[in-house]
Design a binder for this molecule. Sequence first.
Ligand SMILES: Cc1cc2nc3c(=O)[nH]c(=O)nc-3n(C[C@H](O)[C@H](O)[C@H](O)COP(=O)(O)OP(=O)(O)OC[C@H]3O[C@@H](n4cnc5c(N)ncnc54)[C@H](O)[C@@H]3O)c2cc1C
Length: 380
Amino acid sequence: MSKNNISDFVILGGGCSALSFINQVIEQKITKYSFIIIEKQKKYVDDKSWCFWSENIKKNKNIIGASWSSFSFNLGNRTNFLSSKNFKYYYIRSIKFYESIKKKISNYAHITLRLNETIIRIKNKKNYFEVITNKSIYLAKNILDTRPNIHIYEKNPFLYQCFVGYEIKSEEKINLKKSNAYLMHNMHTSNNKFYFEYILPIEKNTYLFELTTFTKTDLSLKIIEKELRIVLSKYFKKPYQIIRKEYGKIPMGFVNNKMIKNKKNYFVSGSLAGFIRPSSGYAFVDIQKWSERAANNLKIKGNIEKLEKREVIKNFLDKIFLKVISSDISKAPQIFYYFSKNISPTTFIKFMLGEANLLEYFRVIYAMPKRIFLKCLIKI
Ligand SMILES: Cc1cc2nc3c(=O)[nH]c(=O)nc-3n(C[C@H](O)[C@H](O)[C@H](O)COP(=O)(O)OP(=O)(O)OC[C@H]3O[C@@H](n4cnc5c(N)ncnc54)[C@H](O)[C@@H]3O)c2cc1C
């Protein structure tokens, strides 16, 4: 196998965090270093959508697929609608994101994207790394590793967030508000699993319907898909067209820092770095924030930013939340509904974004059902 010239950075995996970082390298006009991204997929596919809260988005507007001014939680016949003057809930289809960054990359000679190539092994040499793939050997001064790894998670508290989503087209009239994102609809438990529907009215006659479950053991696409079809039959009496499908099995847990290989010239990002929020499964915003800071660090200091320690209070609240839910999943519907009822929409969004201040964190604690949480707190 031929060896390539030494690169400044070899990026392992070419998904969300790798492309977000490279996008920042381009945006921040960093041309001093060479980058190679190695991605095992043959081509990018429309495998997921990313949603997140943000204040009015001005940049990269072209990749935003939809947005909603309110969001809701539903339990039985009670629905709690929340909206904030300053924030909207945004939706990006992954294929738009992948393709737009791939196109940008093609304009720069110092960035190379190698698709259809699988990383097999990394060897530490004295002053560089050797990246061995199924096709070639790359030499790198620095590594940015973004390959997800389920084994880095602590055993407790831990849940899987498994879901199947169908983006569908239907002419049939259904009773949904177009300006609302139905985040947790029809919350219930069954067989020790917490279920809810996640419904996004994307545009006229087009919806994303996702059946989500929080569970201790992972559930296959096939099983959830069968249940999703039953859910859909309650909304649609006539046939509908499926535009795309997505399946997720997101770990909700805490990364054991000892398992993260974040050493000199070897950096990690994305889910491998613990960016998936243990209490919610969201990661997109944290990946964007890290990418911007890391590229800025590279530009100014000549190196990527090392991982910061997670904010203590955010970590603490995430831990209580996950502990409470995983220790008695039957209480999850009441907990989420009660929480959404007792918190202001802006505080909720800031908590979700990890941008709450101390006072807002106290408001989060205040909104939690006291008895259950106190019981759990004593056990921590
Ligand atoms: C279906 C789905 C929907 C989600 N929706 C949201 C959402 O709405 N909002 C939100 O905030 N978060 C969401 N998430 C969570 C999170 O944002 C995503 O998982 C995100 O893609 C994580 O980015 P990443 O770079 O860590 O991993 P990935 O995007 O998965 O990228 C890792 C890449 O590494 C490649 N790879 C792995 N091993 C190798 C190898 N040996 N050789 C070469 N390449 C390799 C993979 O093919 C992959 O492309 C969602 C996750 C899923 C799965």
